[in-house]
Design a protein around this ligand. Structure first.
Ligand code: NAD
Ligand code: UD1
Length: 336
């Protein structure tokens, strides 16, 4: 099948593109390189030994998106392209709205003009906001607590409108906490000085004795007091997308909204212990105040996805931590 991948050079997009190419699909990627690097093109080709077309550009570029859709005429679109930093979405609200919501709107309108009506969209558990439901199912109310989460809800609504008016085949995938990398160490999440997420911060602190990990709160209503999340291996997430393509390809003309998670949660202290045993290093950390906007527990109820997609997450927490740590060390060695 012909798949148009937006944001295909990013973390989840590049892993998914590898799997699509390895499964024999034709792939065209559009990415504006705002959070990725052109060298990823060669890395994807190196891993798969397959070729694909790449367009450097923006999902908000009406002419370019229209041209790609017209000439490639894809069977499905997988829409990853987005800015994704919660903190930046607060300080740069308009930039996030323009890029994420207006960019998506443009993509969907161009799809409609070119009679492309099948799409898989990357949403996020962040749409559920401060819910206390454990585990969270897809019927939990949408209550985003930051502009990034609001963007995701707005885009989901745009898709629902398209479905209601045009009978599109849609799969909205709400990811929980993606982690880990491809075994080649060639792909992975861009880790910057300002990364706010737990896994990169643990890796940075493991490597540098002077850099303490700040654990945001130990008085949550959880067994050890620290926050619990549902971490899901990128390989499992990717298989979820391959299954989602098969599912929408069955032309069910339905709007499918599915959580992609494991259904199991781990606390910050459990994450620290796992990383320590994998790296054979002791982590320097201190407990500080809770981070504003954090929930105590975020765990998916993945039952709907399990059934609809005939899919289950298979990789363990150790797999995720080992892959993340190995990739981190690999990049550190390269930088030396
Ligand atoms: P990423 O930043 O690694 O990848 C996104 C890619 O989209 C980047 O290559 C970036 O250059 C590109 N991009 C951004 N805006 C664009 C635009 N206007 N036009 C064209 N390209 C553009 O992020 P990721 O982790 O791979 O996330 C992929 C999707 O999954 C995003 O929609 C994100 O919101 C969603 N998501 C990610 C996580 C996570 O933890 N990684 C969790 C839940 C949901
Ligand atoms: C965060 C985003 C979410 C996004 C997700 C992507 C916020 C509020 N939420 O989710 O929208 O979809 O990343 O993966 O930013 N922690 C520490 N110390 C750290 C970093 C994190 O203790 O240095 C704790 C957090 O308090 C939390 C857990 O680790 O309990 C996981 O945090 P993180 O990796 O940032 O993910 P989320 O907060 O779930």
């Amino acid at each position: 099948m012909k798949i148009f991948v937006t944001g295909g050079l990013g973390y989840i997009g590049s892993h998914t593109s590898v799997a699509l190419l390895n499964s024999g699909h034709d792939v065209v990627i559009l990415d504006n390189l705002s959070n990725s690097d052109k060298s990823t093109i060669e890395k994807i080709k190196q891993i798969t030994n397959k070729s694909f077309s790449f367009y450097e550009g923006d999902i908000g570029d009406r002419k370019l998106v229209g041209k790609i859709l017209h000439t490639f005429n894809p069977d499905h679109v997988i829409h990853f392209a987005s800015l994704k930093s919660v903190a930046d979405s607060i300080s740069m609200k308009k930039k996030y709205y323009d890029n994420n919501v207006l960019g998506s709107k443009n993509l969907f309108n161009e799809m409609e003009k070119n009679n492309v009506n099948s799409i898989i969209f990357s949403s996020s558990a962040t749409v559920y906001g401060n819910t206390t439901q454990v585990p969270i199912n897809e019927l939990s109310p949408l209550a985003p607590i930051n502009p990034y989460g609001e963007n995701k809800v707005s885009i989901e609504k745009l898709l629902i409108e398209k479905h209601n008016k045009k009978n599109w085949n849609i799969c909205i995938l709400r990811y929980f906490n993606p982690a880990g990398t491809h075994s080649s160490n060639l792909l992975g999440e861009k880790i910057t000085k300002n990364s706010a997420n737990l896994m990169p911060n643990i890796c940075k602190s493991l490597l540098s004795k002077n850099l303490k990990l700040l654990v945001y709160g130990n008085d949550y209503d959880t067994p050890d007091g620290t926050g619990i999340r549902d971490y899901i291996h990128i390989n499992d997430l990717v298989v979820g997308h391959l299954q989602a393509i098969k599912y929408v390809a069955s032309n069910n003309s339905k709007i499918n909204i599915l959580n992609l998670g494991t259904g199991v949660g781990y606390s910050v202290l459990e994450m620290i212990n796992t990383f320590e045993s994998i790296s054979n290093k002791k982590l320097n950390y201190s407990i500080v105040d809770k981070r504003v906007g954090d929930v105590a527990i975020s765990i998916a109820d993945p039952a709907l996805a399990n059934e609809a997609l005939n899919w289950n997450a298979k990789f363990s927490l150790e797999d995720m931590c080992r892959d993340t740590w190995n990739k981190f060390l690999y990049e550190h060695e390269l930088r030396k």
